[in-house]
Ligand binder design. Structure first.
Ligand code: GUN
Length: 308
């Protein structure tokens, strides 16, 4: 039976540390979340981000915009948030309605307030191994593994899913060189393979994984036959499946068939209570770092401001 990697417990202790650091630093980090439309899953994520901010002593602004907002209006809201001194993080919840150009929206966020780590400047920093905001889900996964005492260095990590929010940035983060000359911030030095819907004979690749990350957004897709005995399994999926026995009419499942895979894996993250809470925790961390001005660029010298 696999060890359970408890994202709730780690989140709780990290959030306490974040609240304490905020208090000692004497700053009130401010986060603006922007939600377009009323998709229930997105609304629920935004609510949990708002709640987590309030509990950590942050200022949180909850911006709700109509589904039919225009591109220009949305970018205008973002620019106004960028300009406000008490707002250190600007987050636009994805996915956005199909008439909106998501790429342009992400690029409209000030890279120094991009606490989601999605701006091309921050993705470029990640690619280069420079300091910058790390995307919250990959960052949370790296923290979860390191706090569970699971080093990725030299290991075969297989990531299933190549999204810009999870798969691709996670591959870069785990691949990053650690130690002298490399980024010091996070776990890295892994041998990384990224699989996707066109990967031939997926099981033959996943069976070679010491650490298997499932991030394709397909409910209970990964069964025990795809997992090597003793491997670490990280389940990034948060899928709502209909369940009339539940009061809400649905239940949450991951991308992994938990019951059978947990019999075979060495360690596993549950859904809910694994990666999910860590995403929100790293958002708090990024917002705190932003308020402490740790990742901002000095526009005149081009030098990094690492004061504090
Ligand atoms: N949609 C799914 N995950 C995320 C996230 O981490 N940030 C934002 N902004 N939207 C998301």
């Amino acid at each position: 039976m696999a060890d359970i990697i408890d994202g709730n417990a780690l989140s709780k202790s990290l959030r306490e540390q974040i609240a304490e650091t905020r208090h000692i630093a004497g700053v009130t980090p401010g986060l603006a979340t922007i939600l377009v439309g009323d998709d229930p899953a997105s609304a629920s994520y935004v609510r949990s981000k708002q709640r987590a901010c309030e509990r950590a002593g942050f200022y949180a602004e909850d911006v709700r915009l109509p589904e039919d907002i225009t591109q220009a209006e949305l970018e205008d809201v973002i620019r106004r948030m960028n300009a406000r001194e008490e707002i250190h993080g600007v987050l636009v919840q994805q996915p956005l309605p199909t008439h909106i150009n998501t790429e342009a929206v992400v690029a409209a966020v000030d890279p120094d307030k991009d606490v989601d780590g999605f701006h091309p400047v921050n993705l470029g920093r990640l690619m280069r191994g420079d300091r910058g905001f790390l995307p919250c889900t990959p960052f949370g996964i790296a923290r979860l593994l390191s706090s569970a005492g699971i080093s990725v260095s030299g290991k075969n990590v297989v990531i299933v899913g190549r999204s810009l929010l999870v798969g691709k940035p996670l591959a870069l983060l785990l691949l990053a060189k650690v130690g002298p000359g490399g980024r010091l911030q996070e776990t890295g030095d892994a041998t990384v393979t990224v699989c996707h819907s066109r990967t031939r004979d997926l099981s033959s690749v996943t069976l070679g994984a010491d650490i298997l990350v499932c991030a394709m957004g397909r409910p209970e897709f990964v069964g025990a036959d795809m997992v090597r005995s003793g491997a670490t399994v990280v389940d990034v999926g948060i899928n709502r499946v209909e369940d009339s026995t539940r009061p809400r009419g649905y239940r949450l499942v991951g991308d992994v068939m938990y019951d059978e895979v947990s019999e075979k894996a060495g360690a596993i993250t549950p859904v809910p209570g694994g990666v999910g809470p860590m995403t929100v925790t790293m958002l708090l961390y990024n917002t705190l770092q932003s308020a402490r001005n740790l990742y901002s660029q000095d526009p005149l010298s081009g030098a990094r401001n690492e004061s504090g």
